[in-house]
Ligand binder design. Structure first.
Ligand SMILES: [Zn+2]
Length: 160
């Protein structure tokens, strides 16, 4: 699977277009933006300018606060769970680079069991896109529900 188009990354002011992000891409992006909002501290400016010619792909750009754009995409017509999992990897890449540029911890979303060791990994489990600890293979929460895991984090300290 092709990831973010590093070679097509461009710097700029992130001109927003009047059009709309493809509805499937918008739907897949929504839970990830919600998770970024509650736990990352940096949100992208979403530019609907598509960079893929493939009619079976929906793409857009995520711009960092410093004006760097990263292309993300999903194959259209697939199950939403697959789209979210695939997009999660790309959004994580964006988040890590954006945080790094801000001199912040470049691990997102942090694993509540191993906060300093690795980020969570998006997987499909029981027909749902979920964040998992890649070491314990344990489900942490649904993608889009990170805000609710903060409550659990206090309990998890005992396991750390
Ligand atoms: Zn972990």
């Amino acid at each position: 699977m092709g990831g973010a188009p590093r070679d097509r990354r461009h710097r700029g002011r992130g001109t927003r277009h009047a059009g709309q992000v493809h509805p499937e891409l918008e739907a897949a992006l929504a839970p990830l933006l919600a998770d970024l909002d509650v736990s990352c501290g940096v949100l992208p400016l979403v530019d609907d300018k598509s960079w893929q010619d493939d009619p079976d792909a929906a793409s857009c750009w995520l711009f960092s606060p410093d004006g760097t754009g990263t292309g993300v995409w999903i194959p259209t017509g697939q199950r939403e769970v697959e789209q979210v999992v695939m997009l999660a990897d790309q959004v994580q890449e964006w988040a890590v680079e954006s945080l790094w540029m801000l001199d912040r911890s470049a691990s997102w979303p942090a694993c509540p069991y191993h906060p300093k060791r690795h980020p969570l990994a998006a997987r499909e489990q029981a027909e749902q896109a979920v964040w998992t600890c890649p070491v314990l293979q344990e489900r942490i929460c649904a993608v889009g529900a990170l805000s609710r895991t903060r409550i659990r984090r206090r309990k998890l300290r005992h396991h750390a």
